[in-house]
Design a protein around this ligand. Structure first.
Ligand code: PMP
Length: 312
């Protein structure tokens, strides 16, 4: 059985609420049509003892773009969005763990796009510290949808139905994640991260038009690679390149920079370029070695709230 975290508090209906309070009616569009858009964010303890959320503004902007395409109103300003994150994190953060936050805009009321009412819900979970362990992945028989069917550039739950099928497919082989190809058979992304391939020291990743979410982490990595002197290109990546590359990695807010040691049985025992990027990324998000491409939003009161929560 998977042990899922069940934090005490969530952000729901414009305030901190208890986990059990955050419910929707079975007739809501959120349930009937699976209508929502969401973001996955991450925060890290900084050397000065404050808790910093990575690229908060960028996540808000992408949430707004996803919501716009699906005609879902986002009533919260960026400032309100940020304050809600800091308040929830202030309640739930513990000193020994990082956190990831899911910000979901659910459609609570409405009918086929009329009278749409949304509800911003934040849930936050503890996450391990340090560099992620390498993983084994497979290439799924399931594919990313065409832009004309279900645009991959928006982050909405229906895009994750096929990801779920791919994960189920891969689990029987012991794969931690699966890579999805696009309708043309080229690499799109994994179920929850983007794909990097490294050949002759140069990094390539499929652009959004190949069926990947426009990744905030990829933008950061592009900037980090420029500083590290590592060539970085966004270009279509063939399926066969996954098997002939020198290194493969999955990158994303939750994945950080995860080295891949096996794609469908093709081994990648060394990952020197990926390791350099992973270390630089971790140093940037933890504030150990800040980088201009990694804006960190801290709330001064998070540490204090954590102490209060710890004593209650
Ligand atoms: N693709 C998918 C399907 C994802 O769910 C994610 C995670 N949000 C990514 C790519 C990576 O995007 P980001 O770097 O913005 O987290």
């Amino acid at each position: 059985m998977v042990q899922l975290q069940r934090p005490e508090f969530v952000w729901y209906g414009g305030r901190i609420a208890r986990w059990e309070e955050a419910t929707f009616h079975v007739s809501s569009e959120a349930l009937v049509r699976g209508l929502n858009v969401f973001e996955g964010l991450k925060g890290f303890w900084q050397p000065d003892g404050r808790f910093g959320i990575v690229c908060l503004r960028e996540h808000y902007d992408r949430l707004r773009r996803s919501a716009r395409l699906l005609h879902i109103p986002l009533d919260e300003s960026y400032e309100e969005f940020a304050a809600a994150h800091h308040e929830l994190v202030g309640r739930l953060a513990t000193p020994d763990r990082e956190m990831w936050i899911r910000a979901t805009l659910y459609v609570e009321e409405g009918h086929w796009g009329e009278d749409t009412v949304s509800n911003l819900v934040l849930t936050a979970f503890h996450a391990a510290r340090g560099l992620p362990d390498p993983i084994r992945v497979g290439v799924s028989a399931w594919r990313r949808a065409a832009d004309s069917a279900l645009p991959c550039r928006i982050k909405t739950s229906p895009n994750y139905e096929v990801a779920r099928l791919a994960r189920i497919e891969g689990r029987q082989h012991g794969y931690a994640d699966m890579i999805l190809l696009n309708p043309a058979g080229r690499v799109a992304e994994s179920t929850g991260a983007c794909v990097l391939v490294v050949a002759d020291g140069a990094v390539a990743t499929p652009p959004a038009w190949e069926g990947a979410l426009p990744s905030i982490t990829v933008d950061v990595i592009e900037a980090l690679c420029a500083d590290l002197g590592i060539a970085f290109t966004r270009r279509p990546v063939e399926h066969s390149e996954l098997k002939t590359a020198d290194e493969v990695a999955l990158v994303g807010t939750l994945a950080d920079v995860t080295p891949v040691v096996d794609v469908d049985g093709f081994r990648f025992d060394e990952h020197p370029v990926v390791d350099r990027i992973a270390a630089r990324y971790l140093a940037a998000v933890t504030g150990v070695e800040p980088h201009p491409s990694v804006p960190l939003t801290c709330a001064d009161d998070v540490e204090r709230s954590r102490d209060v929560a710890g004593t209650s």
